[in-house]
Ligand binder design. Structure first.
Ligand code: NAD
Length: 384
């Protein structure tokens, strides 16, 4: 290859350079491991594979998947780390990088992240750093990972001072879901995952919301055909929203619905007793109550959202949470978030199914009222 670039006559003037990149990947929703293996073989195309999961998922699914890929003639190495949010750390990432360095994996070989959001976030970040970026494929195994963490290329590990503090935007080569893996997931995790799908219905798809209203018993009962439809619908909504702003340049994102108070709840309870989806469900109920009190949302739609959350088994009121929540601590955590975000605390408030507005002026009083809303009053409205 020959290139000839001109040498400017004088050393004056700034040099403008560009580094644009268009990422594109497919998301496949399957119902069997056989289908996953077929899709994986097509994506891997004979390259080496490093399969990474947590110990629980390794025991239930990833080891078998790695063995099957190996039996199909691929060169596969596999490892796992302890399950749980505590593993989403620089220490785990560093161990994984050491492990990768000891494998024969080359620049175009494939890292396979098999697991829930913790595995997917951690492995994605490791893949973004190893050799300045190796291709990775997500095989989600929790509902939350199917409908959220595996999509969008937000990869990160936690830091003692904040969750997801060390991360990047690094898109996967493909996402290959198998709803069959959800059969081994416990009901509470399944419910928490449903919260994120209900959120997508409220912000962008009344049809998806209605689908969950009608079909949540089948989904929670393990019906894979219905679950595959749910995951497919949620994928279309999330990918549609993310592709408008893949690098989150606009912070006024409807996908944050439920996350302002939800994030504060997780912070004050130390990311342990309240699952992410449960915190988001409570946050959505609070945001809907704020919207209703402001006259932005009619009470029927607010009640419809809260009824669905309750029917699925998710918290909408203080008493529903699995811990005693210190409301003053939640308000303090929100002030902390406000400080980090240049003095602005953003709420996504629903105005109808499929429609939201952003409010930067929600007061402490409104938040306290929404969090501590009287249970009896709420039940009366629901039945009245
Ligand atoms: P998780 O990954 O910790 O999984 C929950 C538990 O379920 C773990 O113990 C895991 O071992 C187990 N598990 C996973 N799959 C299983 C299966 N099929 N059968 C039985 N057990 C199984 O938790 P999660 O809820 O999937 O993810 C939470 C993480 O996702 C958080 O760190 C959050 O920040 C992150 N997240 C990321 C994004 C993103 O856009 N990147 C979006 C949402 C959440």
């Amino acid at each position: 290859m020959r290139e000839s670039l001109p040498m400017p006559r004088s050393p004056e003037g700034d040099v403008l350079t560009t580094a644009g990149r268009q990422d594109e990947y497919t998301v496949s929703v399957c119902r069997t491991e056989r289908a996953v293996v077929d899709r994986l073989r097509a994506e891997i195309d004979g390259r080496r594979v490093a399969v990474i999961s947590d110990h629980t998922v390794a025991r239930l699914h990833a080891r078998r998947l790695a063995d099957t890929l190996s039996a199909n003639g691929l060169e596969v190495t596999a490892t796992s780390f302890p399950a749980g949010e505590a593993s989403k750390s620089l220490a785990t990432a560093s161990e994984l990088l050491d492990w990768l360095a000891g494998t024969a994996l080359a620049r175009r070989d494939i890292v396979l992240a098999v697991g829930g959001g913790v595995v997917i976030d951690t492995v994605g970040w490791v893949a973004s750093a190893y050799m300045r970026g190796v291709p990775y494929i997500n095989v989600p195994t929790t509902l939350l990972a199917h409908v959220d963490a595996a999509l969008g290329g937000k990869v990160a590990v936690d830091h003692p001072t904040a969750k997801n503090l060390i991360g990047a935007f690094y898109q996967p080569k493909a996402v290959i879901s198998n709803v069959g893996y959800l059969r081994t997931l416990d009901r509470r995790q399944l419910r928490a995952g449903l919260a994120e799908v209900i959120k997508k219905g409220v912000i962008a798809s009344p049809e998806l919301f209605e689908f969950i209203e009608h079909r949540h018993p089948a989904i929670l009962g393990g019906d894979l055909v219905t679950t595959a439809r749910l995951v497919h619908g949620a994928t279309v909504v999330k990918c549609g929203l993310v592709s408008k702003d893949p690098y989150e340049l606009d912070l006024r994102r409807p996908l944050n619905f439920g996350h302002t108070i939800g994030h504060a709840v997780e912070t004050v309870t130390d990311y342990g007793p309240v699952l992410h989806g449960e915190a988001v469900a409570f946050g959505m109920a609070c945001a809907a109550r704020i919207a209703e009190r402001r006259g932005l949302l009619d009470w029927r739609t607010r009640a419809r959202l809260c009824d669905l959350l309750v029917a699925v088994g998710l918290p909408v009121m203080l008493d529903d949470l699995p811990v005693d929540l210190d409301v003053t601590a939640v308000l303090a955590a929100l002030w902390q978030i406000r400080k980090i975000r240049d003095g602005v605390l953003r709420f996504v408030l629903p105005t109808a199914l499929g429609e939201t507005v952003i409010a930067d002026d929600v007061t402490d009083d409104e938040i306290r009222t929404a969090i501590t809303t009287d249970t009896t009053g709420y039940r009366r409205l629901r039945t009245g």
